[in-house]
Ligand binder design. Sequence first.
Ligand code: 0WD
Ligand code: CA
Length: 380
Amino acid sequence: PNNHRQHQSELAAEKNPQNSRALSTRRELYERDFPVYKQPVEVGNFSLDSERRFFNDSRQMRYYVEPDRNPNFNLRDGYKDRFIKRDDSVKEKLSHILRWVIANRSKLTTRMTTASPCALDVDFVTWRGHLTKLLTTPYETREGWMLAATKFRGTIYISEVETEAAQRERENRTERHEEMMYWGYKFEQYMCADNVHSAPDPDGVVNTNEAFCTVVQTRLADHRLLFSGEVDCRDKDPSAPAPPTCYIELKTSAEICTPKQRSNLHRFKLLKWWAQSFLPGVPRVVAGFRDHEGVVVSVETFHISKISQLIKNEYNCWRPTVCMNFCCDFLSFVKRAVTEDSHSVVYLFSWEPHKDVTYSVHRDSQYSFLPHWFIDEMST
Ligand code: 0WD
Ligand code: CA
């Protein structure tokens, strides 16, 4: 009987995209004008140190250092002896953002009353990475996702839940894959200095617990968003524009030797790079292209605002408007579904490629993710 009901609801979704229990991810449905996306404003930032401790400041900010035209960065250096890896089995959920919210609550509220503690002036609080996944969903064919949503004092908090497939993948990574994950962080070390006047230190230790995160506020159509994202570095010129415009995202990618490889970069990687940096208003991605031995042989800058032009000539390519309209419609879907305002109720949104987004409701379950200290603090 369960199967039967699910089949019925899929049929309904097919006929009626407004079906209240399911949301289609078919690209054709999101081919319309680009929605309003306000220029993101940095409202704060925070740092996580080598032991993953939170600081409400920019102590982990790093500065971009222009590399040689033909660098020779060996990304394998230090993997065995100068690498401290964050324990990614520890699920931090939204905790760092929530600590930032508590420390900066007055910046996020206008409706001050003495009678009751005021609500935040935003509809959604989440990680930038979760929004990136939403933007790329209409084009994703391999990995599904699960997002938990809780409405608390008028604001909807969205936190990822690791899927079983993602957990299996994390627990069964090959040694080669583990090492290649290190390469991205090693590239950052070759490209970034700790101070405006210092040079990168490739002899140092790579510690992936350390992070600098921006917190931005913006609006997508009628959704007021507050999210945080990790930032690799900033332009060291003191006259550079204010954050987030001075920020630079760093990437590594396999060296491009054929037109087919360039086309694949445009069709698949630039989608992810664009979505991730467009959201917080980071204007540039600097990519290091490496050979199979992990040596960076060239560096190229991609301007986020020029990416839609760059991909126009690719056959059957992704479109920014589809990404943004899907995200917008998903957030509307969440607002319609998440009706009960309670810290202990989770609406769990799930998606698998080639299926609709659906959700289930969980009370006082393993999925509840707002910590007690946050609920207590926001209740005073
Ligand atoms: O627990 C989780 N499931 C997640 C935790 C998922 C996503 C993020 N996070 C947390 C971590 O605390 C991390 O410090 O968010 C922070 C980064 O947030 P984000 O900016 O929203 O995430 P995303 O845009 O996916 O990644 C940005 C960078 C990555 O750079 P690349 O160039 O590879 O996209 O953050 C790093 C990585 O360097 N990163 C992470 N660092 C620690 N834990 C994680 C993670 N789970 N995911 C990405
Ligand atoms: Ca990066």
